[in-house]
Design a binder for this molecule. Structure first.
Ligand code: FMN
Length: 172
């Protein structure tokens, strides 16, 4: 395997940190995925979200097998995805670590018909039943069938090269 990196840096195809850096060059949005399981709300920051199919409406994200939330997301029967707006950058950090109930402290939620919470003021949201889970290396891919969704016309939070930021359109 060969790898090339910016001038002056030593290519190291076997270095996991280099591999992560290469992956981080793909710009994404930032989401918080949530569910309700065993009488508690669960949530984590996620940028592996992607659309899969328009008909039927399927989306996916992947969860680390080592995640403390794995059983909640596999066992609850579904998940909600809240795509963060720019003013919600603090929530990207808040939902990436720490005690589960502390993650939800001070966060305004909408309780959906499914019983799952979603984050108020998100740029867009999708409430999904779990359609399929796929065992994939050190992650599970969770594919959801969209049962309900919404969006608003505001600025989205972006992630690129491990930094949060915003999308700057090029001049037309
Ligand atoms: C911007 C960002 C994106 C993330 N994307 C994912 C992801 O797609 N899948 C995942 O398993 N963890 C992802 N994480 C890490 C999880 O949020 C973190 O491991 C988790 O909240 C830790 O708690 P847990 O023990 O409940 O898993 C991401 C973290 C950040 C900051």
């Amino acid at each position: 395997m060969t790898a090339s990196t910016p001038a002056g840096q030593t290519p190291s195809a076997s270095d996991p940190a280099d591999y992560r850096k290469a992956l981080s060059c793909f710009a994404t949005g930032v989401t918080v995925v949530t569910t309700h399981w065993q009488d508690a709300d669960w949530g984590m920051t996620c940028n592996s979200f992607s659309s899969v199919s328009l008909e039927p409406r399927l989306v996916l994200w992947s969860i680390r097998k080592a995640s403390a939330s794995l059983q909640a997301f596999l066992g609850s029967g579904g998940f909600s995805v809240s795509i963060l707006a720019q003013p919600q950058a603090n929530l990207a950090r808040q939902f990436s670590a720490g005690d589960m109930s502390a993650r939800f402290e001070g966060v305004t939620l909408h309780r959906q018909d499914s019983g799952r919470p979603r984050l108020a003021h998100a740029l867009a949201w999708f409430d999904c039943s779990l359609h399929q889970s796929v065992d994939a290396g050190d992650h599970h891919i969770l594919i959801g069938q969209v049962q309900d969704f919404g969006w608003q016309d505001t600025e989205g939070l972006g992630m690129w090269r491990s930094r949060l930021g915003r999308f700057e359109p090029l001049p037309a």
